[in-house]
Design a protein around this ligand. Structure first.
Ligand SMILES: CNc1ncnc2c1ncn2[C@@H]1O[C@H](COP(=O)(O)O)[C@@H](O)[C@H]1O
Ligand SMILES: [Zn+2]
Length: 336
């Protein structure tokens, strides 16, 4: 099964650039050995306390310290694309928060990421989602959104959507920003219910994002409420599940108790993702192995997850059709 998960053509829809850097990439970017170890420390403790989610947000600073100029942002993006491609990810939606540093503006940051995407599209389709960080002030986010809209007009085939990310215990969801993003042709993928916050989850669901991230605390068995779950079941918004991320951060008690089981039981749309494969020391193949073990999935079940995920991507119809064709052909050649 492990080889099958590795070989299966996969679709990754929830990967944060600076959380996805491998040990090798961090070293190439000049990261010290002890900082690389620190970046990966959560996976080693795997002990989950309430504090680990908070710890996690500290770790991104390690990557941010070495992706602080256009060359390093370009290199980081290139390496992450190549790493995903090497494990047979055929379609990747990478997300990142535009960041300014003393040597680059947010616009130059986005340009560097886009350039790396354009230069590294062998055997893989890559789209970009730009993130707003919930811990930033509304003014900062408004300005960032205007830039995102401008850049989307410059690169309409690459920049496809907006994400809301950042420490879920900080800041808040500003619905009007996302409505504006949508009016300007951007798709919405919003981190939703990573921690219990029923009022916010309701506000997010009400604007009907195209996808939600995690969805941990929506079901009543996981801190949500019955009316929120009923609303979710009616809307059937595809949920980006990131099992290892949730277990390592402690937002899920264990793989066995992960909320994805409610999606499976109720036949609700979900996809499997890595979130931050560098920080959590995972890969998309590994996430497929986890889910296959948990639910005794057959090869066909796993293939179907990959195939259904095409529906939830933010690419054009023609690209979706070509992905479907590719997976169909792969199935006929690999299912004996
Ligand atoms: C663990 N669950 C999560 N929940 C919410 N936001 C997360 C996250 N994991 C990562 N990020 C967001 O992604 C940024 C790093 O990548 P970029 O600098 O944008 O490429 C983090 O700073 C955080 O805002
Ligand atoms: Zn995330």
């Amino acid at each position: 099964m492990d080889a099958y998960c590795e070989n299966l053509p996969k679709i990754e829809l929830h990967a944060h650039l600076n959380g996805s850097l491998s040990e090798k990439t961090l070293e190439e970017l000049g990261c010290q050995f002890n900082n690389v170890e620190e970046y990966q420390k959560l996976n080693k403790i795997f002990g989950k306390t309430e504090k680990t989610l908070e710890d996690c947000f500290e770790l991104f600073k390690i990557a941010h310290n070495v992706t602080n100029n256009v060359e390093s942002v370009y290199h980081a993006t290139k390496c992450v694309i190549q790493d995903f491609s090497a494990e047979n990810v055929i379609y990747l939606e990478l997300r990142t928060t535009p960041r300014s540093e003393s040597t680059m503006t947010k616009e130059q940051y986005i340009e560097a990421v886009v350039r790396a995407i354009i230069d590294n599209k062998n055997n893989i389709i890559v789209k970009l989602l730009l993130s707003l960080d919930r811990s930033h002030s509304k003014e900062v986010s408004e300005e960032a959104l205007d830039l995102i809209i401008k850049m989307k007009e410059r690169y309409p085939n690459i920049i496809r959507g907006v994400d809301l990310c950042g420490n879920p215990n900080e800041g808040k969801f500003c619905g009007d920003l996302f409505l504006k993003a949508r009016e300007n042709g951007l798709k919405l993928a919003i981190h939703c219910g990573e921690v219990k916050n029923n009022a916010e989850v309701k506000d997010i669901l009400k604007i009907q994002p195209d996808r939600i991230g995690h969805g941990t605390c929506i079901h009543p068995g996981y801190g949500g409420s019955q009316d929120i779950w009923d609303l979710y079941k009616k809307l059937k918004i595809p949920t980006e599940c990131c099992l290892t991320s949730n277990v390592v951060c402690g937002s899920s008690e264990s793989y066995e108790k992960h909320h994805v089981q409610e999606w499976i039981k109720n036949e609700l749309p979900f996809c499997i993702n890595t979130d931050d494969k560098g920080v959590f020391c995972t890969s998309l193949s590994q996430e497929f192995e986890v889910i296959s073990r948990l639910f005794n999935f057959t090869k066909h079940n796993l293939w179907k997850i990959s195939y259904d995920t095409i529906d939830y991507t933010f690419c054009d119809k023609m690209e979706k059709d070509s992905l479907r064709k590719y997976l169909m052909k792969w199935a006929t050649e690999n299912t004996k």
